[in-house]
Design a protein around this ligand. Sequence first.
Ligand code: FAD
Length: 400
Amino acid sequence: MCGDCMKKVIVIGGGASGLVAAINLSKKFDVTILERNSECAKKILMTGNGKCNYFNWDINIKNYYTDDYNKLETILSDKNQQRVLKFFDDIGVIPRIKNGYYYPYSNQATTIRTLLLKQIENRNIKVINNIEVESIEKVGDIFIVESHNLSFKANKVVLATGSIAGLKNVNEIGINIASNFFKVISPQPALVQLKSKETIKNCNGVRCDAILSLYIDNKLITEESGEIQITDYGISGICTLNISSIVSRSLGKNIQVKINFMNMLESNFLSWMDKRCKKLSNYNIVEVLESLINYKIIYSILKKAKIKKDYWLNMNQNEKELLKNLLFAYPLEIIGTNDFTRSQVMTGGVSLKDINPLTMESKIPNLYITGELLNVDGKCGGFNLGFAWITGMIVGDCND
Ligand SMILES: Cc1cc2nc3c(=O)[nH]c(=O)nc-3n(C[C@H](O)[C@H](O)[C@H](O)COP(=O)(O)OP(=O)(O)OC[C@H]3O[C@@H](n4cnc5c(N)ncnc54)[C@H](O)[C@@H]3O)c2cc1C
């Protein structure tokens, strides 16, 4: 079909999902990308500490939060996952898979970005940079897409504006545009560090493996195990980030995290200490425990428990119990999260209830929504980019 006869599609946002949508749509439509930055896909360069963890072999609803798990399950079907992996293979990406996390073999996020942009170029997709879309209006069957001094007409629009997570000095214009048409669930930072009322003293920067248990209004909601980092405002680390989406959505309630620093059964601890301290009879408590956890944490716990004795044998039963409780369930009252600039994604956005999961078309005919602008957020591990690519791929299936 000649270019002039083809229907026009405008993709707003040349990020992860917008680029994949544009590439797939270009087989049937005349596609233009409007991007507010001077280049497309800048955020991809920030991902995975510059290595771009672009997918995970366990893309599954259990690793996401949304308001419609049935629709999410349709979106994340095995077929769609395989299509995304084939897409990356077709455009030249060779994966390096570590514990189920996919990276480009080069370990360079630029590889993903360059190969996506190569496809944009090959397919003659128009890209207009430095345009911040401010509004969309539907007049009859035509969309009018406007920035401050330019106006574009299109038969179809893909809203792929992502979120402001990880960015400084940007506005939430994508959310504002969407909220003119849809129910938007209040955007909050996710995959973000947590602030606590009291902190674990003198441990700023200490990293360790732990199990985090998250309680909301005294009810256990979830547990995560892995690395945490103690900070002077609270806690960070992958394990913390993975529970942060629930925390963001629960602010205002009583939120508590209990940290289990110990890699053993709690019921065995006291007898284990008795035996160990007999064997290492001239070792103080810190020296006995130091082979298990960072000595700064032990000092901090002893101080919090107000235990002044140096040796296990001199401690009374209450002190032993108190030490055990803090080692296995150190309580932190969570009072907030860091802001969007320190977060990796947004929780909240356009409700999936307003979306057809087979096409990503919204309840407004010919208006499609992809990626992070939707009320779907995943854990660390390639789940968010995974969702972005899949939704971009699905949009490409739409017909006239
Ligand atoms: C520091 C950091 C590390 C991350 N690491 C990972 C990782 O390793 N693995 C993973 O899966 N996820 C990671 N993520 C999350 C992932 O980057 C996003 O979930 C994903 O990029 C979302 O894709 P998207 O297409 O929805 O939005 P984006 O990729 O953000 O693209 C949106 C595009 O729209 C443009 N735009 C916005 N508003 C307008 C407007 N009004 N007009 C025109 N253009 C507009 C933006 O400039 C941007 O280019 C990370 C995020 C951050 C911040």
